[in-house]
Design a protein around this ligand. Structure first.
Ligand SMILES: [Zn+2]
Ligand SMILES: [Zn+2]
Length: 137
């Protein structure tokens, strides 16, 4: 069992947070937005149980980019680290970027979504995870 709370933060260390409950679910996202914002082929995220996230420092450094539709993309305005995505309708619905977590996030991605938009330059790993052309259901 992973110890709770989970902790994490950004690259420069300004933003630190903790998550008091286990992550609910996890998946890789291969969408074009995730490719752009990360500079990589796919981004793994983990759904946070509502009410379980607490900021330890640097909350004022967090910037959120809101696309025309879809979830906001939260990052550290100092170092650019990707931290969360956030529902435009329900602020407590968030997914944390697994790379922002210290150590073991206690969950593993179980699906790959938006594989129809996958980068042509990196084959999708043959890892047996369920694949969705668009958003995973
Ligand atoms: Zn930072
Ligand atoms: Zn995505």
């Amino acid at each position: 069992m992973t110890e709770l709370p989970l902790t994490g933060g950004c690259l420069c260390g300004a933003v630190r947070f903790e998550i008091s409950e286990p992550l609910v679910s996890s998946r890789y996202c291969h969408c074009t937005r995730c490719q752009r914002r990360t500079g990589t082929a796919a981004s793994p995220g983990g759904r946070i149980a509502p009410g379980s996230l607490r900021w330890l420092s640097g909350e004022e450094r967090i910037k959120v980019w809101w696309p025309p539709e879809g979830w906001g993309k939260a990052f550290c305005s100092e170092c650019g680290s990707h931290l969360f995505s956030q529902s435009p309708d329900e602020p407590e619905r968030r997914s944390v970027r697994l790379g922002a977590i210290d150590g073991d996030p206690g969950i593993r991605p179980t699906a790959r979504q938006f594989v129809a938009n996958a980068a042509v330059w990196e084959p999708i790993p043959d890892d047996g995870l369920e694949r969705f052309p668009g958003r995973a259901s």
